[in-house]
Design a protein around this ligand. Structure first.
Ligand code: SAM
Ligand code: DTB
Ligand code: SF4
Length: 338
């Protein structure tokens, strides 16, 4: 259902409609984004409450199981071998160390454990270890997610057999802005992997990054593209770009306006009412007030723990205090679009 220009040709029945008949257009999404803030928040909250308990928040923990040395040229990333970012390349971690980290994450309150590898795509010989990690983490009673780059159908099958719950593969930005940021693989490549994962019966986690020099129309276009996947991803991470010295994106010097960021979260909630919207990278530089507004706008998942992959995250204690202050609680949040 995705059109060639990042928008779709079938309009919702009326402007500002909250339930499109077939697909969202960029124009309808932009109208929502531009609503008076109280109106936008009211619409987002109303939908959020239809599908989720507004006091519940999913807590995931992230581990880099293979860091740095990546051949891709993603202009935002600390782990590309093409940029001098100070991140040292490592080998794939041993299974026991990964399972031990997952155990600590569970003790710290996480209900999902996400494992990320700095690969363009995994080698078949890596899959044995990754599948053993998935099995070990599942055995602890945690939901599992991995992000390994592009996959073949055979690799999807192996992940499914290992019992993987979610595969994370971000579209990162709009179709139009994408070539400014990555040249070594295309948006079509990414959509192909997402389609293979979906066909393979694994739930999809896909979102993107804001703050890389893109326009607001690009941000909206990214959400429209995700919302028009059939079905939309069960999990939608919205990352605020975590500044990485030495990357091309660093030179854009952009800072995202916090209210624009909250508007985008609200738009994600309206376009994908049944998906879990994940307030992902960048929380360590966000005020408590901005995060609270994001939760009101419909974000219902965070990463907990002191680190993301290579960048920082708020301290666990700080997050616990914020949730307590807001009267919110950690939970396994069910997403339903699949
Ligand atoms: N190599 C795999 C891939 O690119 O699909 C998996 C790991 S990659 C680091 C996972 C995602 O992290 C990227 O798609 C991107 O959306 C996000 N990411 C990477 N660096 C980031 C940064 N500096 N700030 C925010 N998000 C970032
Ligand atoms: C996602 O969308 N955000 C997470 C997870 N998926 C893998 C990654 C954020 C990475 C932030 C930059 C870093 O720590 O290197
Ligand atoms: Fe490699 Fe993933 Fe970073 Fe791109 S985002 S450089 S594929 S680790």
């Amino acid at each position: 259902m995705i059109g060639s220009g990042g928008t779709v040709t079938v309009s919702p029945p009326a402007t500002l409609a909250e339930k499109p008949c077939l697909a969202w257009t960029a124009e309808a999404a932009a109208e929502l984004f531009a609503l008076p803030f109280p109106e936008l928040m009211f619409r987002a909250q109303s939908l959020h409450r239809q599908h989720f308990d507004p006091a519940e928040i999913e807590q995931a923990s992230l581990l880099s199981i293979k860091t740095g040395g990546c051949p891709e040229d993603c202009g935002y990333c600390s782990q590309s071998a093409r940029y001098d970012t100070g991140v040292a390349a490592t080998k794939l971690m041993e299974v026991e160390r990964v399972v031990a980290a997952a155990r600590r994450a569970k003790e710290g309150g996480a209900t999902r454990f996400c494992m990320g590898a700095a690969w363009r795509s995994p080698k078949d010989r890596d899959m044995d270890k990754v599948c053993a990690m998935i099995g070990g983490v599942r055995a602890l009673g945690l939901e599992t997610c991995v992000t390994l780059g592009m996959l073949t159908p055979h690799q999807v099958g192996r992940l499914r057999e290992a019992g993987l719950d979610f595969y994370n593969h971000n579209i990162d930005t709009s179709r139009e802005f994408y070539p400014e940021i990555i040249t070594t693989r295309t948006m079509e490549d990414r959509l192909e992997t997402l389609s293979l994962v979906r066909q393979g019966g694994i739930r999809v986690c896909s979102g993107g990054i804001v703050g890389m020099g893109e326009t607001i129309a690009d941000r909206i276009g990214m959400l429209v593209l995700l919302a028009n996947l059939d079905p939309p991803p069960e999990s939608v991470p919205i990352n605020m770009w975590s500044e990485i010295r030495g990357t091309p994106v660093m030179d854009t010097g952009e800072r995202v306006d916090p209210i624009d960021f909250v508007r985008l979260v609200a738009l994600a909630r309206i376009l994908m009412p049944e998906s879990v919207v994940r307030l992902s990278a960048g929380r360590h530089v966000m005020s408590a007030e901005t995060q609270a507004l994001c939760f009101l706008a419909g974000a219902n998942s965070i990463f907990t723990g002191d680190m993301l992959l290579t960048t920082g995250n708020p301290q666990r204690q700080q997050d616990a205090e914020l949730l307590a202050k807001l009267g919110m609680r950690a939970a396994v949040v069910p997403a339903r679009p699949g």
